[in-house]
Design a binder for this molecule. Structure first.
Ligand code: ZN
Length: 184
């Protein structure tokens, strides 16, 4: 496994629509290597999601994995999940505000309002079509990652630009301090 270079905002690939994946590609060793490298890269960069344009590939492939962290101590460990050619088919009217960051704009956090629940259709890494409703952090993650596939960044979604802060200040002000020894 190798860590792939992350594309940063300013790179035009993050402003273009990613290409749909031909499902035949999922059977290839190139695909299998790509998703393994994407998981490794996501973990190395402390992300909970990574879309292929963020590693310079214009493809509708996303990896997602949640885990408890300083920023989200209550998050469950779930994943990694692979999401191919996703579509959000419905958004709940009920929206919730929450902090977001992005490995392609390192060091910045902001409050983004997202639908609490979304219905999604996508293919998994085996080419199985999946249709499900996701909520809370997973709904936020889907919305953030599907935006990447459409050339949209989370800062485009910020309603109050005064909530844009540095990661340093975010860690100082909004993460829970652990009294015990640092755990992995
Ligand atoms: Zn992102």
């Amino acid at each position: 496994m190798k860590s792939l270079p992350i594309t940063k905002f300013g790179d035009p690939i993050l402003r273009s629509k990613a290409k749909r994946v031909d499902l035949k590609f999922l059977k290839t060793s190139k695909f299998k290597t790509l998703i393994k490298d994407m998981v490794y890269t996501m973990r190395r960069n402390h992300g909970i999601g990574l879309a292929a344009p963020q590693i310079g590939r214009s493809l509708q492939i996303v990896v997602m994995e949640t885990r408890p962290s300083k920023a989200r101590p209550d998050a469950e460990h779930r994943g990694p999940f692979f999401v191919i050619n996703p579509k959000i088919t419905s958004y709940s009217k009920n929206k919730v505000k929450g902090w977001e960051g992005c490995v392609s704009i390192h060091g910045i956090m902001a409050m983004v309002s997202r639908s609490k629940k979304v219905s999604v259709i996508y293919y998994n890494e085996n080419g199985k079509k999946i249709s499900e409703e996701v909520s809370d952090l997973w709904a936020r993650l889907f919305q953030h990652e599907v935006d990447h596939l459409n050339g949209i960044g989370f800062l485009d979604r910020v309603e109050d630009t005064k909530t844009i802060i540095t990661l340093e200040e975010f860690n100082k002000r909004f993460t829970k301090k652990k009294k015990d020894k640092k755990t992995k």
